[in-house]
Design a protein around this ligand. Structure first.
Ligand code: MOS
Length: 765
């Protein structure tokens, strides 16, 4: 592999290699399992993450955090810190540049901002939450900055903070919207239908707070240039959102702000919105007029970047004796901060998955004096599917029905909430394929039916579900006279294989060998890509690359047409296709011209275009979702209560798969995160002080290798005719249904229904 890279430009392309030789020169790159184009860079440690960039004359920043939860600073004495060795400045609310309220992320896209919270950043003496940053110390070295931070003396006047979810629940309110959708959906009369049902289940399910724990902590380098332009190295999932937010906050024209980020060391939603640290780094650079590096510690990430909210959910199901659902009630409460609007859409699965005539799906929130909660892999769907899919298992068990059969007979023909046709829905096929490969038929329906010494063995299933999203995007294509092409898009690479899949698609569209196409990305100076969130990025950018390929082909055809000798001069756009390094007749194989030849005859050394994808109107016309069936086997130690996941099969229905290798990694990553959610992860929160008590990987337990079995992934690969190239995004669906499948398997093994996550040992003894 060859990679060309300078500090401010990231370009990747394939070079012929052993893995690729057989596939490289055959058309049909989409759907092939290419290894990541950036694999060598990453394995060799050459991939540059934000904190790795070298800038001239940097200074280092450290933060001082509030030790109270609510109130005001009465005095802040920075004199000792300021005179400490190496210190260049100490910035507090008393001397920080004035900036407006951060513009928060808005699902309608009207606000160009992407801030997580609108609480002021170093603008007044108020404390809004525990661990709020109250001072930035800047010094010649990181150690000097951190040490001086300990010398800042603060007196507070404390106020009573509202931090207890339990205490606030009675005052929960209905939010204005849930991610742009109605907070409540009512179809028929679910309450009456439930009370008249022949079979029912009605339970409360609880999920705790979670934090993302990407391997790369948030880190920023801010360079405030002499011409009042701003260069920021930062690992966001939304380059343009960060660019616009910083432009608004610091009164700059958007074209004066450049955000660079070739590699993001994991995001999972934790870098989807902009947190205080990036703004503080820019404040520091503006104040001291030097490049500033601000790298957040692991504990600092817990303090500065919010995680997934906790939830208390009710699912009540009513059915006929044959299992047909008559009523579905999914309601509950989550917590937000007083400075954001993210209720976490846990009722969305209930709005689209099953076919009862009566549905109530509505959610409420309490607002606490805490850091803002935010997106975390399949926000809403992952915790909502936990409750709903446990309830389905409970109903199946009470009816003595196979849980897959219960799903089969409740499969809707049209979307129950929107009353629109499904664009593509093959959930039952996913169940059928999965059941066969997993050997589901061998399971004992009665709990405690399988044992291996002290280990109780059980199997469970649950539905995976995630919406399809596509956003407008722009891409650039440049074709050079040497027959190579550059595809350009701001784009985000946080490990999912962005560059790899876009090169595959572009090579296909341009009729070029894979190693002739470079992808330049990771920079807000490149054509606009949407937020890498909601699993939309791949398909959104694919649609824009398709638009750019069409545009450049039309321009090349016009260029060739000026040359009467060109075989293309007689052909219309409808008559040609891209193959063999150029444009050729669809019907007459040799009739056409290569890009090199067209550009040579035109006397040009390159041609380039930018184009934007069409608005995603399909999302209004159809109910568009991805589906899957999660199958798992657990072993629960009867003496210790320890749960081990021993087998996994995920069977997915997500349109066609563009690259099996990177896609299977994504599904597996989601499932692993779901195993953590189910068994070990939990952000411990002090309901008196509003403080996170386990801000470290030693005490917040994400799954390690030994916690994860071999994960088998299959997918039905049925194209969705209503998405660009038939594919869906797949970054998030993997986690959905996982915790429910585990809880259902634990019930099958032990006879114990655990309805509050995580399923720790104590709950099984
Ligand atoms: Mo995803 S939680 O939208 O990064």
């Amino acid at each position: 592999m060859n990679n060309v890279r300078t500090i401010q430009e990231t370009v990747v392309r394939f070079a012929p290699g052993k893995d690729h030789d057989s596939l490289m020169h055959k058309p049909g790159y989409a759907g092939k399992p290419f290894s990541r184009v950036d694999a060598n860079l990453k394995v060799k440690g050459e991939a540059l993450f934000s904190a790795d960039f070298k800038v001239e004359n940097p200074a280092f920043a450290a933060l001082v955090y509030s030790t109270i939860t609510k109130g005001r600073i009465t005095t802040i004495d920075t004199s000792e810190a300021a005179s400490s060795s190496g210190v260049l400045a100490v910035i507090t609310h008393e001397n920080a540049p004035k900036i407006p309220t951060p513009p928060v992320f808005d699902p309608t896209g009207e606000s160009k901002g992407t801030a997580a919270s609108d609480s002021p950043v170093l603008q007044d003496n108020r404390i809004y939450r525990d661990s709020q940053p109250i001072a930035i110390v800047i010094a010649a070295t990181l150690d000097q900055a951190e040490y001086a931070g300990t010398l800042v003396k603060v007196d507070y006047e404390t106020e009573i903070a509202t931090v207890s979810f339990a205490a606030c629940k009675p005052e929960a309110v209905t939010p204005s919207d849930v991610l742009g959708e109605e907070p409540e959906v009512k179809i028929g009369n679910a309450g009456t239908a439930f009370s008249e049902a022949e079979a029912t289940t009605d339970n409360i399910y609880r999920t705790p707070r979670y934090n993302h724990n990407a391997i790369e902590p948030h880190a920023t380098i801010a360079v405030w240039n002499e011409d009042d332009s701003l260069l920021v190295y930062d690992p966001p999932q939304n380059l343009y959102g960060v660019k616009h937010t910083l432009a608004i906050l610091f009164g700059l024209a958007p074209e004066k702000v450049r955000v660079v980020s070739p590699f993001v060391g994991g995001g999972f939603g934790g870098k989807g919105t902009l947190w205080d640290n990036t703004m503080l780094c820019v404040i520091a650079a503006k104040t001291v007029k030097r490049p500033i590096k601000l790298v957040i510690s692991r504990a600092g990430v817990f303090r500065l970047a919010g995680g997934r909210t906790l939830s208390e959910q009710r699912v009540a199901l009513g059915a006929k004796k044959d299992g047909r659902l008559t009523a579905l009630i999914h309601s509950g409460i989550t917590a937000m901060s007083k400075h954001n609007n993210f209720p976490e859409q846990f009722t969305f699965p209930a709005r689209h998955l099953y076919s009862p005539k009566n549905i109530f799906a509505g959610q409420k929130v309490v607002k606490l004096d805490t850091i803002a909660n935010t997106f975390m892999r399949a926000p809403g769907e992952s915790i909502g599917a936990f409750a709903l899919e446990l309830a389905m298992d409970e109903l199946a068990y009470s009816l003595k029905m196979d849980p897959i059969e219960l799903r089969r007979i409740n499969e809707p023909k049209t979307d129950p909430a929107k009353n629109t046709a499904f664009s593509s829905r093959h959930l039952i096929e996913a169940y059928t394929l999965g059941a066969e490969k997993f050997n589901w038929q061998k399971r004992h329906a009665e709990p405690r039916g399988q044992r291996d010494g002290k280990w109780l063995v059980g199997q469970g299933v649950a539905t995976a579900y995630y919406p399809v999203l596509r956003l407008p995007a722009t891409a650039g294509i440049r074709i050079n006279a040497d027959g190579t092409a550059f595809v350009k898009a701001a784009a985000h690479e946080m490990g999912m294989g962005t560059a790899t899949v876009q090169i595959q698609h572009a090579a296909e569209k341009l009729g070029l060998p894979l190693d002739k196409v470079s992808f330049q990305y990771g920079d807000s100076d490149l054509p606009e890509s949407p937020i890498a969130g909601g699993s939309n990025q791949t398909v959104s950018i694919v649609a824009s690359v398709t638009a750019a390929a069409e545009k450049i082909h039309k321009e090349l055809l016009a260029l060739a047409g000026r040359n009467a000798d060109s075989p293309l001069s007689n052909l219309t756009y409808e008559q040609i296709e891209a193959r063999n390094n150029g444009l050729f007749s669809k019907t007459d194989a040799p009739e056409g011209e290569t890009y090199m030849s067209i550009l040579k005859h035109a006397g040009k050394d390159h041609i380039k275009v930018n184009a934007s994808s069409e608005m995603p109107t399909e999302l209004k016309q159809y109910s568009m979702h991805s589906y899957g069936a999660q199958f798992c086997e657990v072993r629960v130690n009867e003496e210790t209560g320890e749960t081990r996941v021993s087998r996994w099969l995920g069977s997915f229905d997500c349109g066609i798969i563009l690259n099996p290798k990177t896609a299977i990694s994504q599904f597996r990553g989601g499932i692993i995160m779901g195993i953590g959610m189910a068994l070990t992860e939990e952000t411990l929160f002090d309901e008196r002080k509003g403080r996170i008590m386990n801000p470290s990987l030693a005490e917040y337990h994400i799954p390690v290798n030994l916690d994860v079995p071999y994960i088998d992934i299959i997918y039905n690969n049925i194209p969705d005719a209503h998405t660009p190239i038939g594919a869906h995004g797949i970054g998030e669906i993997g986690i959905t249904g996982v915790a429910a499948a585990i809880a259902n398997a634990v019930f099958n093994a032990t006879g114990k229904r655990v309805r509050d996550l995580p399923i720790t040992l104590d709950k099984l003894l």
